[in-house]
Design a binder for this molecule. Sequence first.
Ligand code: SF4
Length: 183
Amino acid sequence: MSAASVLLERIAAMIQQSVRDDAARFGLLPMHVQVLAYLARANRYSDMPIAIAEYFGVTRGTVSQTLGVLERKGYVSKTADAHHGKRVHLNLTGAGEAVLTDSWVSRIDQVLAAQPELTQPLEITLRALLTGLQYLNGQQAFGVCRECSHFHKTRKGGQCGLTGEALDPPQTLRLCREWSAAA
Ligand code: SF4
């Protein structure tokens, strides 16, 4: 086992522990907190139950149960899609955002903010590792919109080359299920 594999295993174990601790503070399961963290970063093509199932590699039934709990607790709300009849978008409520305050995500950001020179090379390395693993596991990539091969920068933010729709600046920083690596 390489040193990099050992380090990644250790980091993954620490993150899992942090997610369990974060969830326990709110009487939630780890999956609940992970879905909230995902929705905080998902773009408008990816804030749907099917995208959550793809992202975490779980069944639609599991997603449905998870969302049921999060809705009952007031952490997530649903909005009907303006153009597609049956499609719903999931939104974090203020209470849902509060669950993520001081979560494992913010602690990682805190560590990285203290060493800004490491952030970009680390992101490049992790992106390559993630893409390679997703390819080996046959999973959908998911990635940040601005780094997608379909992304076109415009004066008002961007445009999606796949759908032809305009993207406002915050959407260009979010995760997308349709993301595709540049050739
Ligand atoms: S440009 Fe790519 S990542 Fe952005 S919305 Fe379109 S398909 Fe998704």
